[in-house]
Design a protein around this ligand. Structure first.
Ligand code: SAM
Length: 449
């Protein structure tokens, strides 16, 4: 009997994530998956994301049942075992015999036939031991009661070094909330670019509820937004609410630069909010610059493939967004593989690049202009430290307190989250996943005086 399409695809994606440093969420939306039924697509997504979210906990189970060290297993065997143990422990609707059989078949189909009896024995041992303590409801209680970083990291399947630094910076309770949030399927948020879209989406079977931070945001409770006309025509975009909020911060301008722009969700929001402005969107990587092409239907957006450290403009901009490449630790619920790849030393490499981009962007800022620096990282090195380093020794620029801007957004009705103080780590914006109903974002507003 062949392995089911959903498990075959999940297996291939897990191998690519491991070997190529690819992002699971991008692979799960690639053309290759268009052939899958929506049910199979849903199962493949659940398997890939589940395995990546719970990887260290799954590996603990495998190590306890395995006669061999996991580090010595071939990638294919380990990926098939992780898929098997995830289904055994987290998907009570999948019968144990089916989970075991399909993982063993995956091992065989990957030409690792000699490892099939081993995989079978490991998974049977785990199935025999039961799943009581690891089912999601138990584990979330364990996360919320973890008394220290070490226990929290183990219960919540996170690397200890990340949990330790969040506990030091934000406190143990916030670290528990971040970890619990990262381990759940995140809500899908959308931005509505025109008010008629609501009725259109509902008619297309999409169930919505109001945004929590922003009036033009909605949360998708059920249905497929990507299959609607409004999505294809760009009148609605899928975008986390904190990301939408960051795109509102540059405000109104005439000459706008978005210097790290792909895939373009913030560019689209900037361009639609400033229809009379010229919006330049630069992106380093040509394949990612291609992602920006769908924005070319907005008449005021001009896409330029360029390195933001050496911007090719002789003009000045009155509004700039520098949404720089970062570790992404504020988005682990959507990108769980990041937590297994990232090393503490990476933060310093990222920081050097972020400082170079910010300095280069500041050089393009007009007198009286405003630049917003942002990341989806929870790490000080990529946030406050970058702003301080880039402004060190300059007198032309000052950091503005974002409180005033948030108050204006609340007054204008664009923001509906009333507890402004909770969003601020003065003078900066700071959202924390699990504490706030969104991804973790940081933003600083810099003005040229
Ligand atoms: C955080 S993402 C931007 C997300 C985007 N602002 C959005 O909201 O859709 C950072 C982007 O910067 C790009 N990038 C990385 N280094 C760059 C550089 N030196 N110059 C320009 N873009 C760069 C990355 O390829 C990535 O697409």
């Amino acid at each position: 009997m062949p392995v089911s399409p959903a498990r075959t695809v999940a297996f291939e994606i897990l191998l690519r994530v491991e070997r190529e440093e690819s992002y699971a969420s991008e692979l799960l939306h690639s053309d290759r998956l268009a052939e899958l039924s929506s049910r199979d697509h849903g199962l493949a997504t659940e398997l890939v994301m589940g395995v990546l979210r719970w990887q260290s906990l799954l590996d603990q189970r495998l190590a306890a049942a395995s006669s061999q060290k996991l580090e010595r297993l071939d990638d294919e065997v380990l990926a098939a075992l992780r898929l098997g143990v995830y289904q055994l422990q987290f998907l009570s609707r999948v019968p144990a015999h089916a989970a075991i059989f399909e993982s063993v078949e995956l091992v065989k189909s990957a030409r690792k036939r000699s490892a099939a009896p081993f995989a079978n024995a490991v998974l049977r041992t785990i199935a025999g031991a039961g799943a009581e303590d690891i089912l999601p409801e138990h584990i979330l209680t364990k996360i919320s009661k973890s008394p220290d970083s070490i226990t929290l990291a183990r219960n919540a399947a996170h690397p200890l070094w990340l949990v330790q630094r969040w506990t030091e910076r934000y406190g143990l309770e916030a670290a528990r909330q971040i970890c619990a949030h990262d381990q759940m399927v995140p809500e899908t948020a959308i931005h509505i670019h025109d008010n008629q879209v609501d009725a259109e989406l509902v008619a297309a079977g999409v169930e919505l509820s109001p945004g929590r931070l922003l009036s033009a945001a909605r949360r998708v409770l059920a249905g497929d937004v990507t299959g609607t006309c409004a999505y294809r025509e760009g009148r609605v975009s899928i975008q986390d609410e904190a990301s939408q909020l960051v795109a509102l911060l540059p405000g109104r301008g005439e000459m706008i630069l978005d210097c790290c722009a792909a895939p373009g969700s913030k560019t689209a929001l900037l361009a639609r909010r400033n229809p009379l402005a010229k919006v330049f969107a630069t992106e380093l990587h040509p394949h990612r610059a291609r992602l920006l092409r769908h924005l070319s239907r907005l008449p005021n957006v001009h896409v330029v493939a360029a390195d933001a450290r050496h911007l090719p403009f002789s003009c000045a901009f009155d509004r700039i967004l520098a949404d720089v490449p970062c570790s992404g630790t504020g988005t682990l619920a959507r990108n769980p593989e990041i937590k297994w790849r990232l090393k503490a030393t990476d933060l310093h490499d990222l920081q050097s690049r972020q400082i170079a981009i910010l300095k280069s962007a500041l050089a393009q800022l007009a007198m009286g202009g405003r630049l917003v620096y942002s990341t989806c990282s929870l790490e000080h090195e990529e946030n406050e430290a970058v702003v301080e380093a880039a402004l060190d020794g300059t007198v032309a620029f000052k950091v503005a307190d974002l409180k005033g801007e948030l108050e204006q957004l609340l007054q204008s009705g664009e923001m509906c989250w009333e507890d402004i103080a909770s969003l601020l780590a003065a003078p900066y914006l700071r959202t924390i996943p699990g504490v706030h109903p969104c991804d973790g974002f940081f933003a600083a507003m810099i003005e040229r005086g």
